[in-house]
Design a protein around this ligand. Structure first.
Ligand SMILES: [Cu+2]
Length: 132
């Protein structure tokens, strides 16, 4: 009788430890999904200072081969956009709309050329993609 109770007790502990290990492993194997960007919008670019240090979009100039993609990631806590053209002269080639913090936007460039873009919310944020 006593052996049986001890046996059940040990089995219970083993089961509990196994469950605990399964849960802890899951949290290690399942990190937050995070997209690695080619161009980052770093923190605090919603203030004009980033223009002076050329850190509104990092890098503000990216050169890629024809047919390749560029992914932008908003690492700031404010909304930003990737919109073709210039603030006072937008074009309708592409527009990400307002990107939430940590949201990303990916574009494929199938034609060579120089693509200027800006942020519709912050006139000082400018970038350029050159497709060769
Ligand atoms: Cu912005």
């Amino acid at each position: 009788m006593l052996k049986k109770i001890i046996g059940i007790g040990i089995t219970g502990i083993v089961v509990l430890v196994t469950i605990a290990l399964l849960f802890s492993n899951n949290s290690i194997e399942d990190p937050e999904p995070f997209v690695k960007g080619d161009v980052i919008m770093p923190t605090k670019v919603s203030r004009p200072g980033c223009k002076e240090t050329d850190r509104c979009y990092v890098p503000s100039l990216i050169v890629i081969e024809k047919g390749k993609q560029v992914t932008w990631v908003n690492e700031d806590s404010a909304f930003h956009s990737i919109t073709s053209g210039f603030y006072d002269e937008p074009t309708d080639l592409f527009d990400s709309g307002h990107l939430d913090p940590f949201e990303s936007y990916t574009l494929t460039f199938d034609e060579t050329g120089t693509y200027d873009y800006f942020c519709t919310l912050h006139p000082w944020m400018k970038g350029q993609v050159i497709v060769e």
